[in-house]
Design a protein around this ligand. Structure first.
Ligand SMILES: [Zn+2]
Length: 210
């Protein structure tokens, strides 16, 4: 259930399976990420549009939050301790920010050398960041929307089946102008995408006052 009025639609786009996307989200605008077909992990990086040296920090977000997961009301904190955005609606209930993103290297370690050639989120991020003058050096901790990664008391975690149903969405409302970068995760070796990556939809809304 939305906790705030996300406003009227100003942008909508269907991101194909396995592809990256990016856009500047203005302060006050709300990005709705919709898991169109369900059970699809959405990896994301967030930078301050005015100065990309300021970017999302999973460590600071978890510390301030006192919770192992991203959920309704979570403040997304930057490496400079500022609130970049808030999660203002969530119909899924489980989002991760601990497990990182898939890469050719991690695929080879986890799933065998034969999987090294497979496309991965890290490659998506490098491609999309290059459109904004950023490089792989700028890939830091990321968000994993709709990804189910229970954290055990020991600190161990495992990527489990995606918990989202078709049409589930999460709203992220910007508290500053943001560069929002998404990799629609192409992983096929663990169950985060149901072993079958599918399209997602992104929509941007704003209220009249925004
Ligand atoms: Zn991935």
């Amino acid at each position: 259930m939305p906790s705030t009025d996300p406003g009227h639609l100003v942008y909508g786009f269907d991101i194909p399976a396995e592809r990256p996307w990016s856009r500047v989200l203005k302060r006050g605008q709300t990005l709705r990420i919709i898991d169109s077909e369900g059970e699809q992990a959405v990896d994301a990086l967030i930078y301050a549009a005015a100065d990309t040296a300021e970017r999302y920090s999973a460590q600071d977000t978890l510390r301030v939050q006192g919770s192992a997961y991203l959920e309704l009301g979570t403040r997304l904190i930057s490496n400079r301790g500022r609130v970049m955005a808030r999660i203002t609606a969530d119909t899924c209930g489980r989002h991760d920010t601990s497990a990182g993103c898939c890469s050719c290297e991690s695929n080879a370690v986890r799933f065998g050398e034969a999987t090294r050639y497979l496309h991965a989120c890290r490659e998506n991020f490098i491609l999309e960041l290059s459109r904004h003058g950023l490089t792989k050096r700028d890939i830091v901790s990321n968000l994993n929307f709709f990804m189910n990664v229970p954290i055990e008391p020991t600190g161990n975690f495992t990527v489990l089946d995606g918990p989202s149903s078709p049409g589930n969405y999460v709203d992220v409302t910007a508290e500053m102008d943001l560069l929002f970068v998404i990799s629609n995760c192409p992983q096929v070796n663990n169950p985060c995408n149901g072993f079958d990556p599918t399209p997602i939809r992104v929509e941007i809304r704003e209220t009249a006052a925004a």
